[in-house]
Structures are given as C-alpha cells and as structure tokens.
Design a protein around this ligand. Structure first.
Ligand SMILES: C[S@@+](CC[C@H](N)C(=O)[O-])C[C@H]1O[C@@H](n2cnc3c(N)ncnc32)[C@H](O)[C@@H]1O
Length: 242
C-alpha cells in the first residue's frame, strides 16, 4: 500500500432569489445587503457561490458538524475525495482519529461531462494545478503523517479501497466522484472494508449538481440491499453496516 505519498448550488447564481446577478454588473448586491464585487462574470459567480454556501450553513445548521460528532473519537476512518483537505482538517480536530486515510487521485478530468466539476474546469484548469493541490495537502498534514495519524493515498478510491483488509475501518466518508457509477462502486467497496456496526457516510445526498443526482440514486439503491441500514438520509448521509 502506498502510504505517503460540488457542491451544488441548487439554483444557479444568476437570477436566483438570493443574489439577482445580472450580466455586465460590476458589483452585485444580495438580498442581505452583501456586495459581490469583481471584474469578471466568472469571479462574480464564484463569489456568489461562496456567499450561498455560507448563507445555507447559517440557515440550515452545520450538518457536517453534526456528522463529525457522530464519528467515534480515536477511530480509524477514511475520507474519499479530499480536495484541499479542509474537511480532513475538521475530521482531525473533532474526531481525533487514531488513523485517517485520505484518498484522492488529484487528477484533472478532461473527459466531457466534468466541465462543471471543480476538478474538470470549474475551479482547476489543468493537471499542474491538481498536482499543486496535492502538494499542499501533503504539506498541510505533514506533521500528522509524521506521527502516523494521516496517510495520504493518491489514486482512484475503488482501486485504493481494495488494498485494505475487510472490516478495517470504523467509518468512511464518501465525497469523491459524485457520478452514479462511482458512488455505487465506493459504497460497494467500502461496505466490505467497514466493520459491522461501522458507518458509511458521505456528502451531497439529495443534491442534483453536475452529477445529476448520482449520489442520491446510488445511496437509495444501496440501502435497498442488506449490507447497510440508513441512519440518516440528509445531505450528509449516514448508513450503518449491519
Ligand atoms: C467535492 S471534492 C472533495 C471535498 C472534500 N471532501 C472537502 O469536503 O473538502 C471531490 C474530490 O473528489 C476527488 N475525486 C475525483 N474522482 C475520485 C475518485 N475516483 N476517487 C477518489 N476521489 C476522487 C476529486 O479530485 C476532488 O478532490
């Protein structure tokens, strides 16, 4: 095993009830009186997205915070889909895991269908930028890697997942490729790698996004099988292995 090595918005920023962006504006006021300045349309849309995320967090509560509190302290877990490691950082500070495996290929996707994903053009524009993010993650968690708490695995989750023993993890958080077939595969692979009674959790259940409800479809289908029972089916979904 190699050891060291979308959020959807619901409505688009343009013309929605929160923002009211219009083409050509150089500064945009939201309904809460925030100003979203920026020279280009793309920059304004990005700012509007960030604003919406914060807005939702305030009004919908911190669902991820609730999830973090469900994960047992001192446990062994994995985050599938790491990006820059922001959630990994929260996992470390709240869960204080004995081991945290971070799994991500940090690969720029050039295939069609990924243009609106952050790793296919919406944020990062090429492989060099993905490599830079990977290096940042290595630096960010260098201290925890040194003590053996964090282990970074660069590669697709289904492939990396197969390297672990069955029933190794206390929990796995799935937030990688959101397309149906990838989430389905992640659920199948990691269900065998989680202990009985352990948790299979993840992000973006009930969200459409560029992945066209891939997460929701895969999770709904998966819970009809006998491997896991639903604990919580909210944006942060939680399943328990039986
Ligand atoms: C939504 S971001 C993850 C966000 C991160 N969990 C957080 O909350 O900060 C999705 C990530 O999945 C990664 N990814 C794409 N395909 C993947 C795959 N096959 N296996 C694991 N991760 C994948 C992308 O490189 C990207 O970093």
């Amino acid at each position: 095993m190699q050891v060291r090595a979308e959020r959807p918005l619901g409505q688009g920023a343009k013309g929605n009830v929160y923002g009211g962006l219009s083409k050509g504006d150089s500064s945009v006021s939201t309904c809460l009186g925030h100003s979203l300045p920026g020279p280009g349309r793309a920059a304004r849309r990005l700012r509007a997205r960030r604003f919406l995320r914060r807005f939702r967090k305030v009004f919908a509560g911190d669902e991820r915070g609730d999830l973090l509190n469900l994960l047992p302290k001192g446990s062994v877990g994995a985050e599938i889909g790491v990006w820059r490691g922001d959630f990994s950082s929260r996992l470390l500070s709240v869960v204080r895991p004995a081991r945290l495996h971070l799994v991500d290929p940090w690969k720029f996707e050039t295939s069609s269908g990924y243009e609106r994903s952050r790793y296919g053009g919406a944020v990062v524009k090429n492989q060099a930028e993905m490599d830079a993010i990977y290096e940042t993650v290595l630096r960010r968690f260098a201290q925890e890697a040194e003590t053996g708490v964090v282990l970074v695995h660069r590669g697709p989750s289904a492939q990396i997942g197969m390297r672990f023993d069955d029933a190794y993890f206390d929990w796995v958080y799935i937030d990688g490729n959101h397309l149906y077939e990838y989430v389905k595969r992640d659920l199948e692979v990691f269900a065998t790698k989680v202990k009985p009674g352990g948790l299979l959790t993840g992000d973006d259940y009930g969200v459409r996004g560029w992945w066209e409800h891939g997460v929701t479809r895969a999770v709904d289908e998966f819970v009809t099988g006998s491997a896991c029972e639903p604990v919580r089916l909210r944006r942060q979904f939680v399943l328990r292995k039986v």
